[in-house]
Design a protein around this ligand. Structure first.
Ligand SMILES: *Cc1c(COP(=O)(O)O)cnc(C)c1O
Length: 362
């Protein structure tokens, strides 16, 4: 099987990282490039670390073609802190439109409601978040500060194929579980953010890409860490950042550039997902839970006819070396998360296993 007898880890997050990146990190562990120390032990004010963070930012900018009028920020607190920071910083008129498409947009809505008025302009709750509502002609009040979406719902497995028509308002997107999985036109957004532990690196950091004019300097009453201005003015070094995470993510950015960037990554992700979806479409035992046109390339929920059989399959996959396939309790069944770093071989092996399981039980 694999070189280190590693499992194919289908976890929704934290998730797999590219093996070559882990090897590089291992090789630099005891003495990072002659510094005599590990990056974990390094001052965030040192010249060595400055190079690491500068390169991480430059490489991400190159990878996503981020225009100069956007800031790239590395902030702790995960994606969850952004549920609060976004309304605290972006609600000038105290009003925002949210689209409810699953568990993560729902959580963001709950936090935003603590800060201001939230208008849920569209929701797919009526069908347990198995589709993306039509957002081509929403009723958006003129004084809305922003329109918020979760671009890939990690738990429910739906993804936006076409961005909502915001009618000129700022678009804010939670890309946590699809970040860097395909090309992205940054200027379509006011702000993009992503917790990195799904598709990039270790848990403990969020990448925020925000248009400069949205960063306000009239928010002095907000706790200092909660202001985007704090992080922007200090180039993500206001306080001690998650140095280790910035280092690991920087390596993944370089890796993605080396394979040909996000177009190549997208191609590979489409190939991988097709293997699994083709199997589900042909299977009598396993069924996808999501409307086909909005299926996620990253998170693939599926069910059998009964909870007992679901549990049996999960146990069997685990015994066979495929980890973390139990579905989230709100959807049930199984969920295979096949992020960037999941090799095609992992998906092929899973499909082969499920095919055999079905044949033997069929
Ligand atoms: C995991 C996830 C979050 C929460 O991330 P944390 O870093 O754990 O706070 C938010 N949004 C989406 C889409 C996620 O997948």
């Amino acid at each position: 099987m694999m070189k280190y007898e590693r499992t194919f880890n289908f976890s929704a997050g934290p998730a797999m990282m590219p093996e070559c990146v882990l090897e590089e990190i291992r090789d630099e562990m005891m003495n990072y490039r002659g510094s005599g120390m590990c990056v974990m032990e390094m001052s965030h004010r040192s010249a060595v670390f400055q190079t690491i963070i500068d390169e991480a930012q430059q490489d991400l900018r190159r990878l996503m073609n981020i225009p100069d009028n956007y800031k790239v920020l590395f902030i702790q607190g995960g994606a969850t802190l952004q549920f609060s920071m976004i309304p605290m910083n972006l609600m000038k008129n105290g009003k925002a439109v949210y689209i409810e498409t699953g568990a993560w947009s729902k959580k963001a809505i709950a936090e935003a409601k603590k800060v201001g008025e939230v208008i849920v302009a569209a929701s797919s709750k009526d069908k347990n978040y198995s589709y993306i509502p039509d957002c081509s002609d929403l009723d958006i009040p003129e004084d809305t500060d922003y329109v918020y979406i979760c671009e890939n719902e990690t738990i429910h497995g739906v993804t936006w194929q076409q961005l909502p028509n915001t009618k000129g308002h700022v678009l804010v997107s939670d890309q946590s579980s699809m970040f860097l999985s395909k090309p992205c036109n940054v200027s379509d957004y006011g702000m993009i953010y992503a917790g990195v532990q799904k598709n990039v690196g270790p848990a403990g950091m969020v990448v925020v890409i925000i248009r400069e004019d949205l960063i306000r300097d009239d928010l002095g009453d907000l706790p200092v860490y909660m202001q985007y201005k704090t992080h922007a003015d200090a180039d993500s070094l206001y306080n001690t950042p998650n140095c280790w995470d910035i280092y690991c993510c920087g390596k993944v950015f370089k890796y993605l550039l080396s394979i040909g960037g996000l177009e190549e990554m997208h191609k590979r992700n489409q190939e991988k997902a097709k293997i699994l979806y083709d199997f589900l479409d042909g299977s009598k035992m396993f069924n996808g839970t999501v409307e086909k046109s909005v299926r996620s390339l990253m998170n693939v929920p599926f069910v059998t006819e009964s909870k007992e059989l679901d549990a049996e399959v999960v146990a069997a996959t685990k015994a066979a070396g495929y980890d973390n396939l139990k579905g989230h309790k709100s959807v049930g069944g199984l969920r295979a998360s096949i992020y960037n770093a999941m090799p095609k071989e992992g998906v092929e092996a899973l499909v082969e296993f499920l095919t055999k399981f079905e044949q033997e039980r069929g």
